[in-house]
Design a protein around this ligand. Structure first.
Ligand code: HEC
Length: 165
């Protein structure tokens, strides 16, 4: 039994040595969604506390990020979130993709599936008020107008859901 415990502690110790790298990249403001449309203060502060940890190039890491396998778990969420939508890389998307991401952004707030529930368990301040959600939706609608894709295409490919990437 003692040997078993020692082995467990040893394995746990070794796991700590394999650290995931952090998502703290350089941010080029030219590529930010704000280059398309600056965010009103309420939108920015709401997104900062509820979205940017997983959808930008800079994550604010909690202390337990340094405990494995928690750090790996968080890293996966960030990688996945960024792959789907990165507000710091928004200007690198084509118009169709920009428009589609904004459509999803609106749905995420009206249907309430973002931020992830597992995130709000710990970050209680990330539970947005109705006013904050409305501000985000309103902003996303304005971005869609600024992108202009919607108008050109009369919403033709609204049904095409398979291009979720
Ligand atoms: C803890 C990490 C995390 C946080 C915080 C988070 N997201 Fe996400 N988000 C993800 C992941 C992972 C995915 C991809 C998987 C999925 O769709 O569930 C995703 C997907 C999305 C999508 C779908 C993109 C697409 O390609 O269709 C939208 C829109 C979105 N998030 C918006 C938001 C908004 C808005 C907030 C803040 C209110 C937010 N997210 C907060 C992790 C996060």
């Amino acid at each position: 039994m003692k040997k078993f415990l020692i082995t467990l502690v040893f394995i746990f110790g070794v796991l700590q040595l394999i650290r995931p790298s952090k998502n703290m990249g350089l941010v080029n403001p030219v590529n930010s969604i704000e280059a398309k449309l600056p965010m009103p203060a309420i939108v920015k502060s709401s997104m900062q506390k509820a979205c940017f940890d997983c959808h930008s190039n800079n994550t604010r890491y909690p202390w337990y990020f340094d405990i494995q396998p928690i750090g790996w778990y968080l890293t996966n969420h960030v990688r996945d979130g960024k792959r789907h939508l990165n507000f710091d890389e928004f200007m690198t998307y084509n118009a169709k993709k920009m428009d589609h991401k904004m459509e999803e952004l609106i749905e995420s707030q009206t249907e309430g599936w973002m931020p992830l529930e597992s995130y709000t368990w710990i970050h209680s301040d990330a539970k947005l008020s109705q006013e904050e959600k409305n501000a985000i939706v309103d902003y996303a609608k304005k971005v869609r107008v600024a992108v202009g894709y919607m108008n050109q295409n009369n919403g033709e490919d609204k049904e095409k859901r398979e291009d979720r990437d």
